[in-house]
Design a protein around this ligand. Structure first.
Ligand SMILES: Cc1ncc(COP(=O)(O)O)c(C=O)c1O
Length: 424
């Protein structure tokens, strides 16, 4: 699309982009529209969105059902304060989420995004104990986890490059080791033995440590963490912001282990990736600890756009698309990933190829691991030049595509990775 408006120079002058070093990064790609699994640029290129635009897009961009639901809802009720008021999309969505969620989760608290869904979960867990007159303040969290960029979410995330400038301002947590290569269950047992009565909650990214390097951990460990926390009356928070809505195969990653957490954080794919929305699902017992004739027991938390009706309508449309045929599409992607993972593993320098549902990840051997590894920007550029959007986490490369991606689309992404690895 040609435009009189000079996006490039106006953006360059006025906009500050996320996770972007403006002193180094190439100018951003100007996207004029998106459809299905493809982004269309202002200069006429098509780019396969192999990372689902930061892991949010489920059914493809601009899905007609979701777009129509948004348009219809925007014309009827676009926004209303959610304290003292409610509306059909929020009530319906809460019921639909609870219907699909692991058993026992019975209440939905809405927020804006993944970070706020986590903030809400941590605040609910902390205040729950206080409401019951118990002094439990310690949150236990996994090393290498990522839960978001707000202060509470950073506090419970693994510490490192992203959190370092803020470390004096983050609250202390009991750090459990990365469950991929450590015995997290033994560590949790040990922690409970020494500080069990202080623990307010354990927070995990079930099955998949996403931003920490697409690290996949076992259903057995997750089940054991659930068993231990349940036995000791410690609320378990499952951060399913990335893993929810079929991303790892089943509707929620907790299903791999057949477990039900006490709190569950959702966002990203909640609206099919069309609009921002967060939700924290909780067990009734936690909710009931706040219900009182004492106003001090209120959960004093809310956002201007809590339960925005348009976002809720988009989420309802997305949920209705997560039907059986979507499960079949996800299985097809998983099969394609498994074949590709075998093939890519044979390339020199490629290691640790792994698949969980619609997520394929591998490492390229190249100096020290970590987010600043040069493989990241270099493969990003290589792929972009070939019409594929990849956004490696350092030397961890992953493909996390929209569910509408065809076998040909996927083959393109695998091909770009193979070409990059072979050329090294
Ligand atoms: C597991 C997990 N939790 C929380 C977040 C934060 O979500 P948001 O970026 O929407 O704040 C992310 C984002 O990548 C995530 O992967």
């Amino acid at each position: 699309m040609t435009s009189q408006f000079d996006v490039r120079s106006v953006d360059d002058r006025f906009v500050w982009h996320p996770y972007t070093q403006h002193g180094l990064n190439q100018p951003p790609v100007i996207v004029s529209r998106a459809q299905g699994a493809y982004l269309h640029t202002d200069d006429g290129r098509r780019i396969f969105d192999a990372v689902s635009s930061w892991w949010v897009t489920l059914h493809g961009h601009a899905h007609p059902k979701i777009s129509a639901a948004i348009a219809e809802q925007a014309a009827r009720l676009e926004q209303v304060i959610f304290a003292g008021f409610t509306h059909e999309p929020a009530a319906r969505l809460a019921a639909e989420l609870i219907r699909r969620a692991p058993a026992g989760l019975q209440r939905v608290f809405y927020s804006d995004d993944g970070s706020t869904a986590v903030e809400v979960a941590v605040k609910i867990a902390l205040q729950y104990h206080r409401n019951r007159g118990q002094d439990r303040r310690l949150v236990a969290a996994l090393d290498n986890a990522y839960h978001g960029d707000t202060f509470g979410a950073m506090s419970v995330s693994g510490r490192g490059l992203f959190t370092e400038p803020f470390s004096p301002h983050l609250f202390d947590v009991a750090r459990l080791p990365d469950p991929v290569d450590h015995d997290v269950v033994a560590a949790l047992e040990q922690l409970i033995a020494t500080r069990g009565r202080e623990i307010a909650a354990v927070i995990v990214e079930p099955m998949l440590l996403g931003a920490g390097g697409m690290r996949m951990w076992s259903a057995d460990s997750l089940r054991a963490v659930r068993d231990l926390t349940a036995t000791h009356g410690i609320p378990l928070i499952a951060d399913e912001v990335l893993t929810g809505f079929g991303r790892t195969g089943p509707m929620f990653a907790c299903e791999h282990a057949g477990i039900s957490p006490d709190l569950m954080c959702l966002s990203k794919g909640l609206t099919g990736g069309a609009l921002p929305l967060g939700a924290t699902l909780v067990r009734e017992e936690l909710f009931e600890s706040f219900r009182s004739d004492d106003r001090r027991r209120t959960l004093f938390h809310g956002h201007s756009f809590t339960a925005n009706p348009v976002a809720c309508a988009a989420a309802l449309a997305s949920l209705s698309l997560l039907d059986d045929s979507c499960a079949a599409e996800r299985s097809r992607i998983e099969r394609a990933h498994r074949c590709a993972s075998e093939r890519l593993s044979t390339l020199p320098g490629v290691c640790n190829a792994r698949v969980l549902g619609t997520v394929l990840a591998l490492e390229i051997e190249s100096g020290p691991d970590g987010y600043l590894n040069a493989v990241g920007p270099s493969l990003h550029r290589h792929a972009l030049d070939r019409g594929v959007l990849l956004r490696p986490l350092g030397n961890t490369i992953y493909v996390l595509p929209p569910y509408c991606s065809t076998d040909e689309d996927l083959a393109r992404a695998y091909g770009v990775i193979a070409e990059f690895a072979s050329a090294r």
